[in-house]
Design a protein around this ligand. Structure first.
Ligand SMILES: C[S@@+](CC[C@H](N)C(=O)[O-])C[C@H]1O[C@@H](n2cnc3c(N)ncnc32)[C@H](O)[C@@H]1O
Length: 291
């Protein structure tokens, strides 16, 4: 019996169909006997998003990091992204597939000796590879991307000097609310480089580990693993910019935001007590519960 008919028989297909990562994880645990490629193929059939790439992409990253990377691209929607350290192109596949789901974004990868085996089409025309070394190639990569960087993934050489130099070199290119992810941040030298950078740059917010499980078997001298997030916070909130962009891109009028909206909530105002703004309207004009 094929893997798919086995799943249908066991009712697992319904579980996989639910598009929440928690359920995907549950389905993944339940389907441990399937290979990553089989699971990715099943996800391709039952979920319209390309999240299956997180399971099948050729990368040393654990599944937690892959799913986080896919999700952060889906949710944060970076227009311009840079990856330093490409190897087989696994993380590049995850980022570009998530960008394709977003219908926005391009990625440039820097690696002096990449070993990408995937076909060009797998990157949906959203990827440019620079067969060069970082940090020297960072200005050229930023130039190719044509603007400030929304997302940077550092995953090249895991030593203090390299990571510290790369962090210093990417910072001037970051967008005002850009994100930097550092892989293998439990490596002692990588962690020290991150901490030194945070101390030296007040415009960098320390978001800490987003995968806080060290890999304790990679080396006898230091842990590896872990994904660390830094976020630019130099120029205040981008709230209004994001709100306006989104309303306008959907052809929905931008609402008048003011103090009388501070305590408005579509459920609370309807079920408990109308807020200052609601009480000035008749109920037919207030928000419906359509989040
Ligand atoms: C851990 S692998 C990257 C894996 C990839 N991010 C993934 O998860 O699919 C590290 C890569 O960094 C590359 N590398 C080494 N020195 C580099 C440098 N100076 N600049 C950019 N990449 C470098 C290596 O060639 C290697 O392919």
């Amino acid at each position: 019996m094929s893997a798919i008919s086995e799943l249908v028989k066991n009712g697992l297909l319904d579980m996989v169909r639910i598009p929440y990562l928690g359920y995907l994880r549950l389905a993944y645990d339940t389907c441990k006997n399937l290979s990553s490629d089989q699971l990715a193929n099943i996800l391709k059939i039952v979920v319209k998003d390309r999240v299956g790439i997180a399971f099948s992409a050729p990368s040393d990253m654990p599944i937690e990091d892959r799913l986080f990377l896919y999700s952060v691209v889906r949710a944060f929607k970076p227009y311009r992204a840079l990856e330093i350290g490409v190897r087989w192109g696994g993380s590049a596949l995850i980022i570009t597939n998530a960008m394709e789901d977003n219908k926005a974004g391009t990625l440039v990868g820097i690696d002096p000796t990449p070993q990408i085996k995937s076909k060009k089409e797998a990157f949906y025309g959203r990827y440019t590879l620079l067969e060069k070394s970082s940090p020297e190639a960072i200005p050229e990569a930023a130039d190719l991307l044509g603007g400030q960087l929304d997302l940077v993934l550092l995953d090249s050489i895991h030593i203090f000097e390299q990571v510290y130099t790369e962090l210093k070199a990417v910072l001037p290119w970051m967008s005002e609310d850009g994100i930097i992810l550092v892989h293998d941040a439990f490596h002692y030298g990588v962690h020290a480089a991150i901490q030194k950078t945070i101390k030296e740059h007040t415009d960098v917010a320390d978001c800490g580990f987003v995968n806080r499980t060290p890999n304790v078997t990679a080396s006898q001298w230091t842990p590896y693993g872990g994904l660390y997030m830094l976020k630019m916070n130099g120029k205040g909130s981008t709230y209004l910019k994001q709100v306006e962009l989104t309303y306008k891109s959907r052809n929905v009028p931008v609402p008048q935001l003011g103090d009388d909206i501070l305590n408005h909530d579509i459920w609370y105002c309807r079920a408990i007590k109308p807020c200052q703004r609601c009480s000035g309207y008749n109920t037919a004009q207030t928000d419906s519960d359509k989040k």
